[in-house]
Design a protein around this ligand. Structure first.
Ligand code: CAO
Length: 419
């Protein structure tokens, strides 16, 4: 059995009776040769006292704020596994680090984790070389750290707490959003309630929609399209459709027009990948479909190669599959732009959520007759409200306004649209 080793304060050169600013080890710690044990701080300097031997700390004798000189007992050490103690092969320096007591002697720390909380203290932060090193490694500006040690000294734990607080505050938005619903409320205390499970589609699409809403800076631009001529054209064509032919819906015209405008404004048919835009040279247009089980988004592939009636046929086929729960995964993948039409239901406008990784989505509301000034009198015109949500990292307001204006122009001139 090897006796515990007494580890004492080494020769401090010109210094004696120096206060202990920090005790860096605790009982049970396994320490290695040269590991810092104490930080001593005099009026003129800060010193770290390294360990001359390796082992397990049996008892810590030194206490913060005590004053020590050469020979003072710091701790009792047990050699690891009862072996002969490993000692420094070269003499351990009396102090591992010695610095003038000025923060300017230290290299600059990298950009702070949380610049918003940066302090403007005139005096340099007080911290041991080890703490400064830790702060540098972790990119923490010590000016921003709240000290908890004696004499406003920043301790290791203060640096760690600072990082934890910074990370927690960064994570606040999503978790706040998550907790925004009154999940824990006891609704039954106010009246009868019933619990209904979310559908499978809702459980799958919910997190996707939430992620898109939180992570994409959305802006929605509104536009009115005069679809008076389009509607009379549509009614005329539908009246002549033979049995079995797909009905031309407003949505079919919208998809046709959207493809044409996407070709003119390629950025709307892209995805943001890191700091690059992936511009897609194919046009797979998704459309939101309301089904008994929830919202799904079937995709009309290569919509640019389809005529109006083929688009209408695809809309009919995919809508039926969506309602019957028979869509296959490929029929829901690869969309480059989405249209969400609530026109069959109502509404004068809404803010659709972008179907990430797409960068824009078009919302279509219910067309209604509105008076339009023709220069002489008010004319009743059928106006279709368009709501384009776009990712402000990719699209700017002017482009969105041009996209919408062009779309409205095409929808206002059905012959040009189909030619
Ligand atoms: N303005 C006025 N009336 C409209 C219209 C519009 N924009 N769009 C459709 N209508 C009317 C038409 O009268 C149409 O009948 P006719 O074509 O015979 O005249 C009727 O509504 C029914 O249209 P529809 O909605 O069934 O067909 P559609 O092709 O327009 O839409 C589909 C198909 C699948 C998009 C639609 O059924 C649907 O599910 N819409 C909901 C989408 C949704 O939920 N979006 C929200 C997503 S975010 O939660």
């Amino acid at each position: 059995m090897i006796d515990a080793i007494e580890v004492r304060v080494p020769n401090l050169g010109e210094f004696s009776d120096v206060p202990i600013a920090e005790v860096l080890i605790k009982q049970g710690d396994t320490i290695s040769v040269n590991q810092a044990l104490l930080v001593l701080e005099s009026d003129k300097a800060t010193m770290e006292v390294p360990s001359p031997v390796a082992g397990i700390v049996k008892e810590v004798i030194a206490k913060p704020d005590e004053r020590v000189s050469e020979g003072a007992l710091i701790l009792l050490l047990e050699p690891a596994s009862g072996r002969e103690p490993e000692v420094a092969s070269a003499p351990v320096p009396a102090v591992a680090a010695l610095r003038a007591d000025s923060a300017t002697a230290e290299p600059e720390a990298p950009a702070p984790l949380n610049p918003g909380t940066q302090a403007t203290s005139a005096s340099p932060p007080r911290a041991s070389p080890a703490v400064r090193k830790l702060a540098r490694e972790l990119g923490v500006d010590l000016h921003a750290v709240t000290p908890s040690g004696p004499h406003e000294r920043i301790l290791r734990d203060d640096v760690r707490d600072h990082i934890r607080d910074a990370l927690t505050s960064r994570a606040t938005l999503p978790s706040d959003v998550e907790e925004a619903g009154p999940v824990a409320a006891d609704f039954a205390a106010f009246g009868p309630v019933e619990a209904v499970k979310l559908t499978r589609i809702q459980r799958i699409s919910g997190p996707h929609v939430k992620r898109a809403w939180i992570s994409i800076p959305h802006v929605t631009s509104q536009e009115d399209a005069d679809v008076t001529d389009l509607e009379s054209f549509r009614v005329r064509i539908n009246a002549k459709q033979s049995a079995g032919q797909a009905r031309l819906t407003v949505l079919a015209f919208v998809v046709k027009a959207v493809v044409s405008v996407l070709q003119e404004f390629p950025v709307f048919n892209s995805s943001l990948v890191g700091d690059e835009l992936c511009l897609k040279h194919y046009y797979h247009v998704g459309f939101a479909a309301d089904t008994p089980n929830g919202l799904v988004v079937p995709v009309i592939r290569d919509a640019d190669r389809l005529g109006l009636t083929a688009i209408a046929a695809e809309l009919t086929r995919l809508s039926a599959s969506a309602r019957n729960g028979q869509l296959t995964p490929p029929e829901m993948l690869g969309g480059t732009f989405t249209v969400s039409s609530l026109g069959g239901i109502g509404g004068t406008g809404f803010t659709p959520i972008i179907n990430a990784p797409e960068v824009a989505i078009l919302g279509v509301s219910r067309a209604a007759h509105k008076p339009a000034w023709n220069g002489v009198a008010f004319d009743p015109r059928l106006i279709l409200p368009l709501s384009l949500s776009w990712d402000h990292r990719v699209v700017d307001g002017a482009s969105a306004a041009r996209f919408n204006a062009r779309l409205a122009e095409l929808l206002g001139d059905p012959l040009r649209l189909i030619l």
